[in-house]
Ligand binder design. Sequence first.
Ligand code: ADP
Ligand code: MG
Length: 375
Amino acid sequence: MSELKIAGLGKHFGKQRVLDNITLDVGQGSLLALLGPSGSGKTTLLRLLCGFERCDGGSIHIGGRLVSSPDVHLPPEHRHIGYVPQEGALFPHLSVADNIVFGLPRAERRQRHRVAELLEMVGLPASFAERAPQQLSGGQQQRVALARALAPKPALVLLDEPFSALDAALRGETRQAVAAALDASNTTALMVTHDQAEALTMGSQVAVLWQGRLLQVASPQTLYQRPASAALADFVGDAILLPGEAGNGEALCLLGRLPLLDDMPQGAVNVLLRPEQICLQPAGGSAPQAEVIDVSYYGHDASVRLMLADGSLLAARVPGHRSPQPGQRVSLSVEGAVACFAAPQQAQEASGGRGGLPAGATRLQHSPALFRHGS
Ligand code: ADP
Ligand code: MG
């Protein structure tokens, strides 16, 4: 069952259409990550869900009840929604326990029995109850904010970039604690983020919002492996796009003949590779050859810039302990099946060559050398 159902939702501010025909279902107990760049309309969508804004088209149902449409507007306090903002959510003059029970009816506020339970759920010791918020780290404060949002057992919890103010070390640990608490309480949640790694690690589904439109809603694996467009491929990770020719379940490109995922287009295509799919071996044999131009070493892995025989460049990602030396010659192979996109021929000719590729994506020039490798 869908706890949250958004259908054809639209919102304008003056002449600007900020949300366009948004349709989205979030199943009971699941977490949907709404991923979009700054200005794409994420906060506006959350404000519509909360009831702080009115929609001008479509509808929102929460727990089977219509809460928003052009004719219906249920006020925020009747929507049964918990909200976790970016930061600074806690009242500094109240203890942790008083913050947690803040949203409960007066009678329940006095019985503190749920405070320990909620603290445990978000992975904090019960002894934190009497602390002041200032005595907690940023990550701990965000967990208390979640405990407060969960206290009235809401139908839906909304989280607006809840980890963006935390430093990297706290972020990972806080993400895990929050995901575990939402899971343990079987709460339906929608989390907004502009961080693709966060969306992929936390969402059971990820919805990508772009200039007010939903481009794709899919599991993290599907979104990463089979993004709906080349631009999206680059937004949800690093993309290498190679011109090629697809048919019979394979694509022929600069890196050889590669197996395709199911249901891919045929004919002239751009083949999508992820940098970690490229494997480096000692030079030699019939595989495509390359020279290592430079290496960015990160410890656990390394990004390796390679120059192919025809002078084109691409970046591979290898485990840190296998990182090569600049100047080394290597041969390349590709691990796993790949996706591809129909090459936008006309667009390519009209725009003088970039063919709708996103900024930052690697485009290799078509060259006759292409068909000499790997077949
Ligand atoms: P995000 O949260 O993804 O960064 P927002 O929902 O805050 O995006 O904003 C989406 C667009 O709507 C932006 O262009 C922003 O300037 C505009 N916008 C947001 N709120 C208002 C408002 N109250 N009045 C006019 N324009 C707004
Ligand atoms: Mg925002």
